[in-house]
Design a protein around this ligand. Structure first.
Ligand SMILES: [Zn+2]
Ligand SMILES: [Zn+2]
Length: 148
């Protein structure tokens, strides 16, 4: 039971970490990586993808360290990894359609999430963007986009 809570805690913690680093790091001093994600992609990959690897390092490290006894480190690493998978499926596949899959959203929540992220992409510069979070849709955006 505690293990499940650890996984969930780190999963939700990652949404906060993603929001924080998107707002203050990617649209801050690491803009030169993130900029690629606010422009049209030329190939299959973009410089911004490297952030995914950055988050995979602590995750893999914790899983390796914790795998002897399956202690909290294992489950926290697992939580981070699951967030990474969810982020990829929702952000890169569902929203940006890098793979033609999961195109149709039936749940209002996912429609609102997609619209909210498109709102973030309306701004192509380091400054002035809004809606930095991802899986969690703030109430005001859900009210705005959750209808249709
Ligand atoms: Zn951005
Ligand atoms: Zn995006």
């Amino acid at each position: 039971m505690l293990n499940i809570l650890t996984v969930l805690f780190f999963f939700f913690l990652m949404e906060f970490v993603a929001w924080f680093s998107h707002k203050y790091v990617m649209h801050g001093f690491m803009w030169f990586w993130h900029e690629s994600h606010h422009k049209l992609r030329k190939g299959i990959f973009e410089l911004n993808d490297l952030f995914g690897f950055m988050f995979a390092i602590p995750s893999a490290w914790l899983i390796i360290l914790g795998s002897d006894h399956f202690d909290w480190r294992f489950y926290s690493g697992l939580g981070i990894a699951l967030y990474g998978v969810a982020y990829f499926l929702v952000h890169d596949v569902f929203v940006h359609q890098r793979v033609r899959w999961l195109r149709v959203a039936r749940l209002r929540y996912f429609k609102a999430m997609r619209q909210t992220h498109h709102l973030h992409h309306e701004v192509h510069t380091k400054e002035g963007a809004e809606a930095f979070g991802f899986l969690f849709v703030p109430r005001r955006y859900f009210k705005k986009y959750g209808r249709g």
